[in-house]
Design a protein around this ligand. Structure first.
Ligand code: ATP
Ligand code: MG
Length: 416
């Protein structure tokens, strides 16, 4: 029996991969405009890095990590997200010494043991960005605006930005207590998960998908009503800066992120087109993370988007690549000519295909069609002798006799 891939792990095939390349290219271009550099970090880290940063009482660390013991008895984990590894690198390589403000982006696979479904996989891909070293709300607004800019450049106008503030170590503990008290009064209405994590992670009840929890927490206190004055001022400034550049957002006071390290500004980009997998990108500020990981007290903010979910919003057909030219050749001498002509054109930057097996004219034309070649050039005995051959533009059917030399062909097929 043939071997299949692991459940929840996907192949990204030609036809689909061009869309991914486009998403990545647009992301790189947007990041460039905002001053970000790429960082490539390992896909496997010590398990402790994730349990310490993401938090022991989170879904990711509690049940979703691909963790194992390697042959040297080390506890290792395939990264479930990108921020922890990037911050580990920032601290380990002391990137903050040469430049106190760093803007980094990454792209690559992440791993979570979740129930696979549309938009949710066990190996999935994120493109993410992190700014460290600045706590000013201008940075929050700029990162959010950059993210919106990315979706606009992809031609996606439907996803919308939701923002919230999760406070800081000054104001969150009191809020957590107030929320716990509220939840204790509604204990019987909560789902089993929310009851279990009431003490360790009460905020999760606010975005629990179960109907009972939704009803029970309808009038629960909100973090944004309990912010300390500094967090309140920060949040107000973020909103002002967003408004000053026309970045649209909605406040979602029930948004809590599934990772412990977030403080203050948190956000999600959501879509109505992917069912319950509605978040296409998410992130927030993490002012305590770097010091929690043993680094200096440097603030940070970042986000990650799910590439599969972004890809689901785009139509593959738009990104197909096709040859500029298919050379149809009949007879041995013509095939040789086609081979050397193709080589010259390819060297000069044209995408050229040809037949390798001496197939019939009809079969070669069919292949040119299938590949959606922009032009076909037909060479046989007569064309070799006359030095002229018909070049046909496939979309219009227009045909011209042209000189059979590389420069002429190149100028005509690249003229588009
Ligand atoms: P969700 O609420 O959908 O589980 P999350 O809060 O766990 O998302 P984050 O950890 O913030 O997600 O990751 C950022 C983005 O990565 C998400 O908004 C989503 O687009 C994508 N993502 C997360 N988990 C998966 C997965 N298992 N498969 C595909 N994409 C994912
Ligand atoms: Mg999740």
């Amino acid at each position: 029996m043939a071997i299949s891939a692991i459940k929840g792990f996907n192949d990204i095939l030609p036809g689909e991969v061009e869309k991914w390349q486009h998403i990545e290219a647009v992301a790189r271009e947007v990041f460039r405009c905002y001053g970000f550099s790429e960082i490539r970090v390992p896909i496997m880290e010590k398990t402790e890095l994730f349990s310490r940063s993401i938090g022991d009482a989170t879904d990711i660390v509690e049940k979703e990590m691909y963790s194992f013991i390697d042959k040297g008895e080390n506890k290792v984990t395939l990264r479930p997200e990108g921020t922890a590894g990037v911050m580990r690198a920032l601290i380990e390589q002391k990137l903050y010494v040469s430049d106190p403000v760093s803007k980094l982006y990454y792209m690559g696979p992440m791993f979570r043991y979740e129930r696979p479904q549309k938009g949710r996989y066990r190996q999935f891909h994120q493109i993410g960005a992190e700014v460290t070293g600045v706590s000013d709300p201008k940075v929050d607004a700029q990162v959010l605006t950059m993210l919106c800019n990315f979706f606009q450049r992809l031609g996606l106008h439907e996803p919308s930005m939701e923002i919230n503030s999760l406070g800081c170590p000054e104001c969150r503990p009191a809020y957590r207590e107030a929320l716990k008290q509220f939840l204790r009064n509604h204990l019987s209405e909560l789902c089993e998960d929310c009851r279990r994590r009431l003490e360790t992670n009460p905020l999760r009840a606010l975005d629990c998908k179960s109907e009972g929890c939704k009803v029970a927490t309808k009038d629960a206190p909100a973090m944004i009503d309990a912010l300390c004055s500094e967090c309140d001022t920060h949040f107000a400034a973020v909103k002002d800066y967003l408004a000053s550049v026309g970045t649209e957002y909605r406040i979602n006071s029930r948004m809590v992120r599934g990772l412990d390290y977030y403080t203050r500004t948190t956000f999600e980009v959501v879509t109505g087109l992917l069912g319950s997998q509605s978040a296409v990108a998410a992130g927030g500020r993490y002012d305590g993370l770097i010091s929690d990981l043993g680094g200096p007290a440097i603030p940070g903010i970042g986000f990650a988007m799910g590439v599969e979910r972004v890809a689901l919003l785009l139509d593959s057909a738009e990104f197909k690549t096709a040859p500029d030219l298919f050379i149809v050749a009949l007879g041995e001498a013509a095939q040789k000519k086609a081979f050397t002509l193709a080589a010259d054109l390819q060297r000069s930057g044209a995408a050229v295909e040809l037949d390798y097996e001496g197939k019939s004219m009809k079969s070669q034309m069919r292949r040119a069609d299938k590949l959606a070649a922009t032009f076909t050039l037909i060479i046989g005995e007569t064309e070799l002798t006359s030095g002229k051959a018909p070049l046909k533009e496939m979309s219009s059917g227009l045909q011209n006799e042209i000189n059979l030399d590389t420069d002429t062909v190149l100028s005509l097929i690249k003229r588009r």
